[in-house]
Design a protein around this ligand. Structure first.
Ligand SMILES: O=C([O-])CC(=O)C(=O)O
Ligand SMILES: [Mg+2]
Length: 497
């Protein structure tokens, strides 16, 4: 099978072959993916899955997951009950409004929940039959899709306001009614306004987390914790600048502020002041407070207005620059050079996905900083030779976190997600990075060990759930890492007599 897949030159064709295999022989699909994770992750996941979503209508061969549309209003529970598997443990749901950094892809966003759940199984060991991909179809504002003969969703503008909220509420209620209190719901690639509102609204009643806000935050924090371990210094000594103040930017900023606050006992209001964000209108400063969306307000610090990113770099003098803008090529030569003139070892993360939306490439980060940057990106980049050195860029992608986090929640029977679990997951991931990894420039352990890493993350998350009284599978197992490993699905053919 691997030989087959390798014969395709075009990544999208490899993707289609993998999707075919998933349908035809699920065990073999997972066996292949687990044993060749570094080679196949960029195919079934970022970046190729992004292209697959863009072309989803024209490569469509068979339905995947459950679509719930405005037309199903009043019947959502019935729709869910049509799914053949009854014992669902995790749902990844999108409404397709902000697929990666690609914007509104409507129902064609289904590729994302499908891809994320393949990773839940391959990287986190959740049984494939316990995973349910869902796309909520409330229309799309993407004119090109509305005119596309192969578009598979409702041909109407997006429902908003009450109509949107009612469908989502019916879905959330039906999910709990059908699968119980311990069903994990991962929100994925919603647009900012809905993402923050849904998380706030359902965070207290359901086992939910938003991967783009919280998963990304945890993986970035892990990278920064490991950077501090090897470079010396503490997070509290750093100055942070973000390009992009949406889900990922503000989510990461908040988790960093929380971690610094725990480390130093400084109040959160104080630790937030070490962190600055730039959005499409420039540096977020207090004079803009009135007009800011609510999730940006905590980051409006005292400063004169600054319009351009490069001027913000020179004004704030960050030690760490993080791109979460969804806009490619925004870390220009001047920006990277400014970071390199301010810092001996500038830390630069280009997190937007897929590769086309990355704020800069690995090659640019290393070249423009004369090989001094500590670089990580959301989508994978190949190792880059610069002078006598080969730099291996880290992949700061939430794929390191959500499979292990999910396993930890499920195995402990957790009923809520708590920020302390995200901190625990970040520390567990950082704990897996070795000196040898770091010597190659890696802030994250290689993906080839991901199942072991996920077991450690799961164990720490479960330990937090027990500590916080949020776990319902009692009594707690003695050795949580061993227990996590014993829970993990492995694709093997059964022996028959
Ligand atoms: O899917 C990925 O690669 C990471 C992610 O959540 C996003 O970019 O929205
Ligand atoms: Mg996402």
């Amino acid at each position: 099978m691997l030989h087959n897949i390798r014969q395709y030159q075009v990544p999208l064709q490899k993707y289609m072959a993998m999707m075919d295999l998933q349908e035809r022989n699920q065990k073999l699909f997972y066996k292949l993916l687990i044993d060749n994770v570094e080679e196949l992750l960029p195919i079934v996941y970022t970046p190729t899955v992004g292209e697959a979503c863009q072309k989803y209508g024209s490569i469509y061969s068979r339905p995947q997951g459950v679509f719930i549309s405005l037309k199903d209003k009043g019947k959502v529970l019935e729709v869910l009950r049509n799914w053949p598997e009854k014992n669902i443990q995790v749902i990844v749901v999108t409404d397709g409004e902000r697929i990666l950094g690609l914007g509104d892809l409507g129902c064609h966003g289904m590729g994302i929940p499908v891809g994320k759940l393949s990773l839940y199984t391959a990287l986190g060991g959740i049984r494939p039959s316990a995973c349910l991909p869902v796309t909520i179809d409330v229309g799309t504002n993407n004119e090109k899709l509305l005119d596309d003969e192969f578009y598979i969703g409702l041909r109407q503008k997006r429902a908003i306001g009450q109509e949107y909220a009612e469908l989502l509420h019916e879905f959330m209620t039906a999910v709990k009614q059908n699968y119980g209190e311990r069903i994990l719901i991962q929100f994925e690639d919603f647009a900012n306004h809905n993402a923050f509102d849904l998380l706030e609204k359902y965070g207290t009643t359901h086992l939910v987390f938003n991967d783009d806000i919280q998963g990304t935050a945890s993986v970035v924090l892990a990278g920064l914790i490991s950077a501090m371990k090897f470079l010396g210094g503490s997070l509290a000594d750093q100055r942070f600048l973000f390009l992009g103040a949406g889900e990922a930017g503000t989510g990461i900023a908040e988790l960093i502020a929380l971690e610094i606050s725990k480390q130093t006992n400084m109040p959160l209001e104080e630790t937030r002041k070490k962190i600055w964000l730039v959005d499409s209108k420039g540096l977020i400063v207090s004079s803009r407070l009135e007009s800011l969306q609510h999730f940006k307000k905590p980051w409006a610090h005292e400063h004169e207005p600054v319009k351009e990113l490069v001027d913000a770099v020179n004004a704030i003098k960050p030690t760490i620059l993080i791109g979460t803008s969804g806009q490619g090529r925004t870390f220009t030569k001047e920006v990277v050079e400014a970071m390199a003139s301010l810092n001996e070892k500038p830390i630069i993360f280009s997190l937007s996905n897929p590769t086309s939306q990355s704020e800069c490439t690995a090659e640019e980060a290393y070249t423009w900083s004369q090989g001094r940057a500590i670089f990580a990106s959301g989508s994978p980049f190949d190792p880059f030779e610069y002078g006598d050195n080969v730099f291996v860029p880290g992949q700061a992608n939430n794929a390191y976190i959500f499979p292990g986090l999910g396993l930890g929640l499920i195995m402990s029977g957790a009923i809520r997600v708590h920020d302390d679990m995200l901190l625990a997951a970040a520390e567990a991931l950082a704990g897996q990075v070795t000196q040898e990894n770091f010597d190659k420039g890696l802030l994250y352990p290689p993906f080839k060990n991901i199942r072991k890493i996920s077991a450690h993350i799961a164990a720490e998350v479960a330990a937090k759930a027990y500590e916080l009284g949020l776990a319902t599978r009692l009594p707690p197992p003695k050795d949580l890492v061993k227990y996590a490993e014993s829970c993990m699905y492995s694709p093997a053919y059964r022996t028959y007599r």
